[in-house]
Design a protein around this ligand. Sequence first.
Ligand code: 5GP
Ligand code: MN
Length: 342
Amino acid sequence: MNNKKIISSFKSLKKIIGESKKIILTTHLIPDGDAIGSEFAMYNYLRQNGKEVSIINHSYTPDSYQWQDKKGIIKVFKENTDKYTKLINNADLIIILDTNEYSRTKSMEAVLKNSPAKKAVIDHHLGTQFDLFDVVVNDTNYPATGELLYDYFSFDNKKYINKFIAVNLYVGILTDTGSFRYPRTTQKTFLICADLISRGADPVYIYDMVYGQLNTGKIKLLGRFIDSLTYHLKGKLILGVVTMQDFKDYHSDVQDVDGFSSFIMSVKNIKAGIVIVERNNGIKLSFRSKGNINMRSFAAEFGGGGHKNASGASLPPQDPYELKENIISKFKVFLSKQKINL
Ligand code: 5GP
Ligand code: MN
């Protein structure tokens, strides 16, 4: 989206919000900091505008972001499917944040799609199907949905960006830029964060709340993950596996895997990193790359998606080690098809 398009999508969003009273916010499964931060920022903005707002998610909020929800605002769909289905059906507007795929709302997919409410999406991923939404605010140049929301709130009126919104937008930008180091981090990102800090976001406190609360289970899981790493293509491709047994041994769960894929990307000379996580309902794959290896295209071979340098996919239950061998051979073919010589 170019600048004109994004402004016109902001206008449409403001209009549809203005026409709505009851609004539902939701996001993708296993929400990250950008998903949760964007939900809370939008929630607060809508409340300031006198709307009735509910946040309903498929997943529980990961521990790292629970401090943002002191009031217990986020509802988890499966906790009361009937009640939340009614809320969704009675809403005027549903806003999906930080994903543009209904399927990534998992258990909520059908209810959201079938609700008579209008639908808006605010996101920075590729592949939006425009016909599935009444309003689309999407620009893949943004490093975080949080940065996109900052521009939207500024477009409406900067007065809305209070401390609570500033903190939540900062969380989104901090986490989705990998602490300001991923490629889409710009001068503008820092200027926005400077403004968020002036509005009350404390970068030291926020970093500590998000990244400085590791439990021993996660540390042990990381140890086992490091042991699982295998090195291919002269160390330019690294794969790691986390199994259900690992989770069981260390009383940890999938949220503890957050950050493992970026961790392997800090190994010298690595160009591509793949993390295979076995869960009881299937396998979660994370793909990471540097430079022009398009991991979004590679993830698509497994029915997944995402960004060029960070993508993922979900597969049915299967042996993670057999899958790993399969991924390695597919990746080699992929590289040769893309004429990439590592
Ligand atoms: P992560 O590896 O952190 O879970 O995901 C990285 C990115 O890949 C996400 O921001 C998201 O865009 C994408 N992604 C992860 N899992 C899936 C999936 O199962 N399906 C699709 N389409 N995209 C995914
Ligand atoms: Mn995001």
